[in-house]
Design a protein around this ligand. Structure first.
Ligand code: GLC
Length: 646
């Protein structure tokens, strides 16, 4: 049993008591529920004999942070505990966006609440909006503050008004907690630069290259082209500081318990803005150890669980998303294992599904996806995925080498093929993407590009080829159909709902030119949105209508609630990906053809899954029963069916 279950039970008991909630009692009750875990975790990271006082300081801090939580949010926390897991509901459909690129600023975003409502979005991931250095800031992932809103987005009042408005419309919000690093202008970094050793110890700082050189022997490089190495020399401080990402992003030193305590405060300052889901950015990197790659270390898991156990005491209605874009077997661990099972993050990005979808498009074959997804252990109860095809970052090709080999492919050669397919190196490929951070030392690289361009729409429009345009549209719809029907919260990247192509203007921006992820961070094109109802046959309109329809269907059927029920079938046709969603005696089967020719499935096999073939079954996407041809079900190129028995 995980801690969330205990908190739900206790909340249901206290609700039976009459009168207004006694917050102090509530806090004491929650703290006593979690305290033994908090203590174990804290002292497994920080030596008990040295840090006893710091532990009591943490407990005092939790009480203070609870007092500071606004009453409306405290009430919401209680409400959430009693209402079950809202984040697993079929009603959840998300969109990720940059506030300024979407519609100027926070007030502009507020004006577009009806756009989301109309399309069916009830969950927003807003990219960083707090203060950051002028010039390069990794899109705001170099933070100058965890709670001060950057003036280019508006004011804190604007944001609080927005969150209130959003809550009234039952809209959930997610913001980033950049937990691994701050900018080099953050107040602690400034104090460190001024020579304050207390704050130098908040980061990994060294007066010579001895330890940095030792670290470099095993640390991989995240941005080998634009920010090679993992340490940056700071002249003011006359020290080397660890910077795993960009040179201006200083890694926080969680070996110092003061850092954890202060970051707990920063986490709450973000949560108190009215945020429902906190995206733990780059959390795989939280603990560094010499001689390791310093990713996914057991101590990082302990630390994350410690954050969660403390957050649960103060704000149990707020949940955590793991941004761990790592190997499939490692991602699942962020839900918590063993004594932490269900006590780490409630939500994680399904980066494996995402990367495998792109593999299936390039190979026109779903076998690697089938093999990989069926081998991943199932996630704990009370957790869910964020399913997505694109986000603001590059696409990493995180496939398991053993699975790639089991397909008869050489992992290195296969990676080179996928990179070539998406970055214009194969004449026959319709994909139009860019190579990101190619590392000639090991042949590693990632891919950037908008979903529509990667799926061939840009090339097809250039060639004015109706056939290829239709294929690209079908692929865009099919890929979204998967994230909308797979177990978890679908997260659509703003612009993808209207088939937005690559945006090459980043090349003219000196702050973006070294980071081609900006090719997929376009301005929302409201002119296109304005034409959707008139130019009904345009690619944008077809994509928009189809996605909207699928969202509507998802919300109507409780089978799409995430009950850990996805059942993937070993399909006899390797081009077709088949899975089933169930809830009680209700079932829906999703069939997707990744090939550019028609593929078929034998009626006998369909019957063995429970699909009543022919007239007795309908495709929810068209509302029609499907036709069998010579006892076979045909799926057109990139066609998807959502089948339900009548
Ligand atoms: C996450 C963000 C990415 C950023 C990195 C460093 O991976 O998604 O955009 O560059 O963290 O903060």
């Amino acid at each position: 049993m995980n801690q969330a279950e205990l908190h739900r039970y206790l909340a249901s008991k206290s609700l039976k008591k009459k009168g207004a909630p006694q917050y102090k009692t509530l806090f004491d009750q929650r703290l006593s529920t979690n305290i033994s875990l908090i203590k174990t975790q804290f002292f497994s990271l920080y030596q008990e004999s040295k840090h006893e006082t710091t532990f009591f300081k943490l407990l005092d801090k939790l009480e203070l942070l609870f007092k500071e939580r606004p009453t409306a949010l405290k009430k919401q926390d209680i409400d959430r505990l009693t209402k079950g897991n809202w984040y697993q509901s079929e009603k959840m459909v998300g969109m990720q966006l940059y506030v300024d690129r979407f519609n100027t600023d926070i007030n502009g975003l507020k004006e577009k609440l009806s756009y989301f409502e109309d399309f069916g979005i009830n969950f927003l991931h807003l990219m960083p909006i707090t203060t950051r250095p002028s010039g390069e800031s990794d899109g705001g992932y170099a933070v100058n503050s965890y709670h001060e809103i950057d003036s280019k987005y508006g004011t804190k009042e604007d944001f609080l008004t927005f969150t209130k408005e959003a809550r009234k419309k039952d809209m959930f919000l997610m913001l980033d907690f950049v937990v691994n690093h701050t900018s080099d202008e953050f107040e602690w970094a400034n104090k460190a630069k001024a020579g304050n050793t207390k704050y130098q110890d908040y980061y990994y700082t060294y007066s010579n290259r001895h330890i940095p050189d030792e670290f470099e022997k095993s640390l991989p490089e995240i941005f080998p082209q634009s920010a090679p190495g993992n340490f940056t020399y700071n002249e003011e401080m006359e020290k080397w500081v660890m910077t795993c990402f960009n040179t201006y992003q200083w890694d926080l030193n969680y070996k110092n318990p003061e850092v954890f305590i202060e970051m707990m405060g920063n986490l709450m300052s973000l949560a108190n803005l009215g945020v429902d889901v906190i995206r733990f950015d780059a959390l795989a990197f939280l603990w560094k150890k010499l001689g390791t790659i310093s990713q996914n270390l057991p101590e990082a898991h302990t630390l994350i669980s410690l954050f969660r156990m403390c957050l649960q005491v103060i704000a149990p209605g707020v949940i955590l998303l793991a941004e761990a874009i790592v190997a499939p077997r490692n991602i699942i661990k962020y839900f918590g294992e063993n004594m932490f099972e269900g006590n780490e993050c409630e939500v994680a990005y399904n980066a494996s599904l995402m990367a495998l979808l792109w593999n299936s498009i390039a190979t026109k074959n779903a076998s690697l996806m089938l093999k990989s997804l069926t081998e991943i252990p199932s996630k704990p109860n009370d957790t869910t995925w964020i399913n997505y095809i694109r986000c603001h970052d590059d696409i990493g090709l995180g496939y398991d080498d053993d699975f790639v080999r089991s397909m008869g492919w050489d992992p290195h050669a296969h990676k080179q093929f996928i990179l070539s397919y998406y970055t214009g190196k194969l004449e026959w490929s319709p994909a139009k993407g860019l190579m990101f951070m190619y590392n000639p030392k090991n042949g590693d690289g990632r891919i950037t590009g908008s979903a529509a361009s990667l799926l061939g729409l840009e090339t097809a429009l250039e060639q004015k080829n109706k056939n290829i345009i239709d294929y690209a549209i079908a692929k865009i719809i099919m890929m979204h159909g998967i994230i909308l029907s797979y177990g978890g919260i679908p997260m659509i990247y703003a612009g993808d709902e209207i088939g937005t192509l690559n945006d090459y203007t980043y090349e003219q921006n000196e702050d973006h030119v070294n980071d081609n992820r900006w090719v997929n961070r376009p301005m929302q094109n409201w002119n296109v949105v304005a034409t959707l109802s008139k130019a009904k046959d345009s690619p944008s309109a077809i994509i928009h209508q189809s996605l909207k329809k699928m969202i509507g269907i998802r919300k109507e059927h409780t089978v799409f609630e995430d009950l850990n029920d996805v059942k993937i079938y070993g399909c006899p046709n390797p081009h077709i990906f088949v899975y089933q969603r169930s809830n009680g005696n209700k079932n829906i089967w999703i069939l997707s053809n990744f090939n550019e020719i028609t593929e078929t499935l034998d009626i006998g096999w369909l019957l063995s899954l429970g699909i009543h073939a022919g007239e007795n079954s309908i495709d929810l996407l068209t509302g029609e029963s499907f036709e069998l041809i010579h006892n076979e079900l045909p799926l057109k190129p990139f066609q998807q069916l959502w089948l339900m028995n009548n």
